[in-house]
Design a protein around this ligand. Structure first.
Ligand code: GLY
Length: 563
């Protein structure tokens, strides 16, 4: 019965609530998962939510493909992992289409409102960073629904309403708060409890934050998604929902207009790639930071293959300066519609050789603490046709702008903080960004999101992506290296302790699950070292002709569902 809900072009609204309940029991019954990895033969979803992974798998079991599954999984994540992503945000989708052996990149990143200006975060001539992080001025034009619908129309086989059914049901009938979501609520309770929408969603009658295992609902979001029917773009970007959103923002002092919503378009972009030690690594172009991941890998490949064990001081001795150099060159990245990003030069053999040489002569400076943030969400999908999809989706920092449209149950992003608020002023991730990434009307902010698909001998062998601001870049690089160079299985690759160095601040973050001797060795190399409980989360699927092996990241929780 559950499968019938997802049959192609079937209108799920026609199903009985008993059928839906059965489906939801199927989706929720395995929570929490007991293993961070899984194997299967035909199709798989690895996500930051077990329920979302299983919703994606159910779509494929009912005949949908990887893009159908990605749409359903994204919408469920927006309910179960609403601190990280949702229809109030945006993302990137990287697709390998098996039949044509082609790659496609979809950019549905949020963009600045048309009334946005570089001066909008200045007060008395001074930058007020908080204005870009919470409240109405932090909110960029959401791209999520436009992107999901563009992907579905081009590659999907099922109706939008069928793919939205699991998210609607979970939002309406309830879903368990995961430990990570409970942590997100706790961390931001002081702020989000000031918003009527958040109070209704995540606090009990006494005003206490919901704990892990409590059943939460978002019935207004369920109604919103139901109203989208099979016209999500018309309804959200031009219909009644657009008016409600804009009216609310206007009343709160925001600058987002009906034109901003009506003019929003996702952009199909040509993915970029480099060769890496016999593999071909594909990712999203700017405004993604996929190119930074490629540059770090290319700098590594320009040297002798590292024979030291994964996670050893010798391995980090080479990796850290190259990672740092990649982040230095990230200053050239921005929205390519506004800035000429010198990608060809940055990924040229000449630049890679020079950058590697410069990087290996490290010098230090003062260190400050990097913000811990687990906003954003990644998942990987492989279907039985061999199609591969990696989606990274975000509302930026935890619970975005800490602002909802209460009557819609809609959580709004704070993606404006991914811009350079003012030259030299670090953002929430302590990234000091360049003028190239300054605010402009309609511009997309530079993102760290870097979905990856790796090919060998013309077939996909690995999918990966991560969440957690700039630690996405370092996390994806390290998991890919652990799998490609050190031949670790996905679960071990994801579990390995990681380091992060984003050049500014001058600091190497070392995860506490790495031995103390490793961080001491890194410190003796001349780095300012700070041990942190954990860095960002990465999930991945290793693909071979007769086997799929997937892993989610225990740092954030999740699930792998396969068949
Ligand atoms: N909002 C996080 C990122 O796009 O990097």
């Amino acid at each position: 019965m559950a499968n019938s809900c997802f049959s192609p072009h079937y209108n799920c609204a026609l199903l009985t609530s008993a059928a839906f309940s059965l489906l939801m029991i199927t989706l929720i019954s395995g929570w929490p998962t007991s293993s961070a990895g899984a194997e299967s033969h035909h199709e798989m979803v690895a996500a930051e939510s077990d329920v979302a992974a299983r919703a994606g798998l159910e779509v494929m079991k009912a005949g949908g493909n990887a893009v159908d599954a990605a749409v359903a999984t994204s919408l469920v994540l927006g309910v179960t992992n609403a601190g990280s992503c949702g229809i109030g945000g945006g993302g990137f989708m990287l697709i390998y289409w098996a039949k044509s052996h082609r790659f496609y990149g979809l950019d549905y990143r949020e963009r600045a409102p048309l009334a946005a200006t570089p001066a909008m975060y200045l007060r008395d001539g001074k930058p007020v960073e908080e204005l870009a992080r919470s409240g109405p001025l932090a909110v960029a034009v959401p791209g999520e629904l436009a992107g999901l619908e563009a992907a579905r129309r081009r590659f999907g086989t099922m109706s939008f309403s069928a793919l939205a059914a699991p998210a609607i049901e979970l939002a309406r009938n309830g879903f368990p708060i995961t430990p990570h979501m409970a942590e997100d609520i706790d961390l931001t309770a002081g702020k989000i409890s000031q918003d009527a929408g958040f109070r209704e969603l995540y606090f009990d009658d006494s005003g206490a934050p919901l704990k892990a295992g409590a059943i939460a609902h978002n019935r207004k979001l369920a109604a919103l998604i139901t109203d989208l029917d099979n016209n999500p773009v018309g309804q959200f970007y031009r219909g009644k929902i657009a008016h409600q959103l804009v009216d609310y923002m206007h009343r709160r002092g925001g600058v987002l207009t009906l034109d901003d919503l009506a003019e929003y378009r996702p952009v199909w972009r040509e993915p970029i790639s480099i060769g890496y030690r016999g593999y071909q690594v594909y990712t999203m172009p700017p405004p993604s930071s996929g190119g930074v991941v490629l540059e770090i890998l290319a700098m590594l490949a320009a040297g002798p293959i590292d024979r030291s064990p994964a996670g050893s001081p010798l391995y980090f001795a080479e990796l850290i300066p190259l990672m740092r150099q990649g982040f230095i060159d990230r200053a050239d990245y921005a929205d390519p519609a506004y800035v000429k990003v010198p990608l060809t030069r940055l990924l040229s053999a000449k630049h890679i050789a020079e950058a590697r040489a410069i990087a290996l002569h490290h010098t230090g400076g003062p260190g400050i603490t990097v913000a811990h943030d687990h906003g954003t969400s990644n998942f990987c999908v492989v279907d039985r046709e061999g199609n591969v999809v990696v989606v990274t989706t975000t509302i930026n920092t935890i619970f975005g702008a800490k602002m909802t449209i209460p009557e819609l149950g809609l959580i709004l992003n704070d993606e404006m903080d991914d811009f350079t608020v003012a030259p030299g002023v670090p953002n929430a991730f302590k990234l000091v960004q360049a003028a190239a990434n300054q605010v402009a009307p309609g511009k997309r902010p530079l993102s760290s999101m870097s979905p990856i698909i790796v090919m060998r001998n013309g077939r996909p062998v690995l999918a990966a992506g991560g969440s957690g601001g700039p630690t996405i870049i370092s996390g994806v690089v390290q998991v890919v290296l652990d799998e490609l160079d050190f031949h670790l299985d996905p679960q071990r690759a994801v579990a390995q302790g990681r380091v992060h160095d984003q050049a500014a601040p001058d600091l190497v973050l070392v995860e506490s699950n790495l031995p103390a001797e490793t961080s001491e060795a890194i410190s003796r190399m001349g780095y300012h070292v700070k041990r942190v409980p954990e860095l960002g989360a990465v999930n991945t699927i290793a693909i071979s002709p007769d086997q799929l092996q997937g892993a989610f990241d225990r740092r954030k929780g999740g699930g792998v569902a396969g068949d």
